[in-house]
Design a protein around this ligand. Structure first.
Ligand code: TXA
Ligand code: MG
Length: 298
């Protein structure tokens, strides 16, 4: 708890902190401090056009970040918070425009990780936190994945071991006409359908997390049907060498393991990481999204 108190002091001073969440590790700062937000963008090398998610510890705090809190948002928050669902809603003036990349909307989520909740509570304000990787690299799901250039720019690292989900939150736009998935993630689309008509587009074009190349290791990534014996990569069958990792056959287990496996293989410096194609069924949507991005040409 002492570490969390020190981290809160750093956040108050406008510094950056590595914060565990149930999805991936975040690079957290005071969401109401434009200077601190600038430091996040600089440290990640993130394009200023890509908005940050704001983390809260209650619906009450979420409501200070938005200018409207429709019934649909309340119902979704009741069903999924604390947890890996980010709600995109019209933003309030409390949130500086640097956080939202100039958009009129803001992404808010209440994480379920006790350390994240304690940190937000001690800070008494919302925390902006992108995944704690350099822009376009694979998100960290353990502190061992944190890159030296990121570590050099933070006041503190709150280590909580491996993240439970291992894949980012689902980003959902909440509109009067319905809801739109802007980024598939830890909450599958099938669990959201009952909360309103699923809109195809929303402001998808304005969600720059949807740049084609994202979540990529340094090595080239190829999606294949089956690994050969001397390939480096991820397989569903038995691993035939130390440079093959046998992945879980269920989507949730696979997502939990994916980034850790990519970080590990990438660190071996192979020319190419080959990944066996998972099933083409709805529960694999978020995993497929990350695999396609990792495999998109450099
Ligand atoms: O699980 C997560 O969401 C993690 C943990 C740390 O909470 N955070 C995370 O943040 O993945 P980041 O910055 O790596 O990804 C944020 C995504 C991007 O795709 C961004 O475009 C989208 O959320 N986003 C944020 N605010 C948005 C907005 N107002 N409108 C549309 N998309 C938004
Ligand atoms: Mg990210």
């Amino acid at each position: 708890m002492e570490a969390v108190a020190l981290a809160a002091t750093a956040i108050w001073a406008g510094e950056l902190v590595i914060m565990p969440t149930e999805t991936v590790y975040g690079l957290a700062a005071d969401a109401t401090n434009p200077r601190a937000i600038e430091r996040i963008f600089a440290l990640k090398g993130r394009p200023p056009s890509n908005p940050l998610i704001v983390h809260v510890n209650s619906v009450e705090m979420a409501r200070t970040c938005v200018s409207a809190w429709p019934e649909r948002a309340q119902t979704l928050a009741q069903a999924f918070w604390p947890g890996p669902l980010t709600l995109v809603l019209p933003k309030s003036p409390t949130i500086p425009s640097a956080v939202t990349a100039g958009l009129d909307s803001v992404g808010v989520r209440m994480p379920s990780h006790p350390i994240a909740l304690a940190l937000i509570g001690l800070c008494g304000r919302p925390l902006a936190a992108p995944s704690a990787n350099p822009s376009n690299a694979v998100s960290p799901t353990r502190v061992e994945h944190l890159r030296p250039e990121i570590l050099a720019g933070v006041a503190q690292v709150l280590d909580s071991g491996a993240c439970d989900e291992g894949i980012e939150s689902t980003v959902l736009q909440v509109l009067p006409e319905g809801i739109a998935v802007l980024r598939p993630g830890a909450i599958p689309r099938s669990e959201l359908e009952r909360f309103g008509p699923m809109l195809e587009r929303g402001e998808r074009s304005l969600s720059p997390g949807h740049m084609p190349r994202h979540y990529s290791p340094a090595s080239t990534v190829k999606i294949v049907q089956k690994l050969e014996a001397d390939d480096t990569g991820l397989t569903f069958g038995p691993a035939r060498s130390p440079s093959q990792i046998k992945m879980p056959c269920d989507a949730k287990g696979y997502a939990h393991r994916l980034y850790d496996a990519l970080h590990w293989l990438d660190a071996q410096g192979p020319d190419c990481i080959r990944i066996e194609a998972p099933p083409d069924t709805p529960e694999w949507e978020a995993v497929w999204d990350r695999l396609r991005r990792a495999a998109s040409p450099k």
